[in-house]
Design a protein around this ligand. Structure first.
Ligand code: APR
Ligand code: PHB
Length: 391
């Protein structure tokens, strides 16, 4: 194996989706992934899909189980000051909705489809590095089972996540990084218990943010804001559920069913963007290029948006012999990325307790929530961002 058209570094959702679309369009590609398939599947991440994301998965031929098992949600709630306000996604956006379906399941469906179509994936590739992506002859190197391999390609797709090597390979003077780190994390619990409510709830509370989500009618996903000094070992399931209930409106708290956690972890919150998303024959997509805090459920959806633009650009290059799409990729992708960055930052700012918040800041948060709840214009803005801005 020495040559392909597109070398895809990273086999998470971005790399797998791009690979599937390319293969179906007759464009040869190889995925080089540093971990094993099981390791990739064990990462628990969010699970709210925009309609555009679902459309892309359908285009890739992997939406069948998602249509069968995914939960269609036409609204979600903001809770604050002991009350609850429903954002009527469908009513405010002309009938749009989101689909609750775990990212793990999306990844599994894509992996199975890739195996079925017979496309090449190298798992457990060590010492992956790039060469010549600023020339017409880029290459990817790796070692597997002690054997070093070199892959020649036309383009490299950097789909290797926030800690990957693709972004890190771009000369520092050619890339600008924008970042905000939040002074708290989310402690998340996954448990096989009936969800407290039919829809997701994002709650602002004087003690900190809390949220109710789900993976299925029998599997709940809950989060509470914690300080970054907290250690998971100090959080028994009882302590977690007590804290969660305390931060939710009483009628919701009463419906929370506690259960043994099957996963419990603390995740930091970060906003991050790298510009541009193209350097020569290297393209960045997904978490390799940007991170959002989970509050707007945009991480996976943004990655899929990048893949949409990148796939169209590469299809145009090979099938229509035009480089216009690849030249416009970074600008187009970043325009949408920054709007989702803004929305995720705004939701995070409105819903969390910041250690530096004064009583004034807290009153402003409550006024903002009260305004959103009372204004069709403000609710519509939340709804259209939550269901996803158009590509
Ligand atoms: N070489 C090869 N593969 C690598 C390397 C490397 N040097 N470094 C990282 N990887 C792999 C990781 O093991 C991982 O499987 O790249 C993959 C990146 O996957 P994700 O981190 O899931 O990123 P992405 O595919 O862009 O997925 C979109 O948006 O907000 C998130 O939760 C959302 O994870 C989702 C992401
Ligand atoms: C989740 O289900 O894990 C989830 C849902 C919505 C969010 C964040 C996380 O905004």
């Amino acid at each position: 194996m020495t040559r392909t058209q597109i070398a895809i570094v990273g086999g998470g959702p971005s790399g797998l989706l791009l690979g599937q679309l390319l293969t179906r369009a007759g464009i040869d590609n190889v995925i080089i992934e540093r971990r094993s398939p099981d390791y990739v599947l064990q990462r628990i991440r969010a699970g709210v899909l925009e309609q555009g994301t679902v459309g892309m998965l359908e285009q890739a031929g992997v939406a069948e189980r998602l249509y069968r098992e995914g939960l269609v949600h036409s609204g979600f709630a903001l809770a604050f000051a002991g009350r609850e306000h429903r954002i009527d996604l469908a009513g405010l956006t002309g009938g749009q909705h989101v689909t609750v379906y775990g990212q793990t399941e999306v990844t599994r469906d894509l992996m199975e489809a890739r195996a079925a179509i017979g496309a090449r994936t190298i798992y457990e590739a060590e010492d992956v590095h790039l060469e010549g992506f600023d020339t017409a002859t880029p290459r990817v190197h790796w070692t597997k089972d002690g054997v070093a391999t070199v892959l020649d390609c036309d383009f490299i797709a950097g789909c290797d996540g926030f800690h990957g090597i693709c972004r890190a390979s771009i000369p520092t003077e050619a890339i600008s990084l924008f970042e905000r780190i939040y002074p708290f994390g989310w402690l998340g619990v996954l448990a096989d218990v009936k969800p407290a409510t039919d829809e997701l709830i994002y709650a602002n509370h004087a003690d900190g943010f809390a949220m109710c989500s789900m993976r299925s009618p029998t599997r709940s996903r809950y989060y509470v804001q914690v300080s970054l000094q907290e250690r998971v070992e100090d959080w028994s399931d009882d302590r977690f559920f007590d804290t969660l209930r305390h931060r939710l409106p009483a009628h919701v708290a009463d419906c929370v069913v506690a259960g043994a956690s099957i996963e419990k972890s603390i995740a930091p919150l970060r906003s991050f963007v790298a510009e541009p998303m193209r350097f020569g024959r290297l393209f960045l997509a997904g978490d390799a290029a940007h991170i959002v805090p989970p509050t707007g459920a945009k991480g996976l959806n943004l990655a899929v948006g990048d893949v949409h633009y990148l796939f169209e650009a590469l299809r145009e290059f090979y099938l229509e012999h035009s480089a216009a799409g690849i030249d416009a990729y970074s600008t187009k992708a970043l325009a949408r990325v920054w709007k989702a960055e803004r929305f995720s930052w705004w939701m995070t700012s409105m819903l969390h307790r910041f250690p530096t918040d004064s009583a004034f800041d807290q009153r402003i948060q409550l006024a903002e929530l009260d305004y959103v709840a009372g204004s069709i214009a403000a609710s519509t803005s939340v709804a259209e961002n939550y269901v996803g801005l158009p590509y």
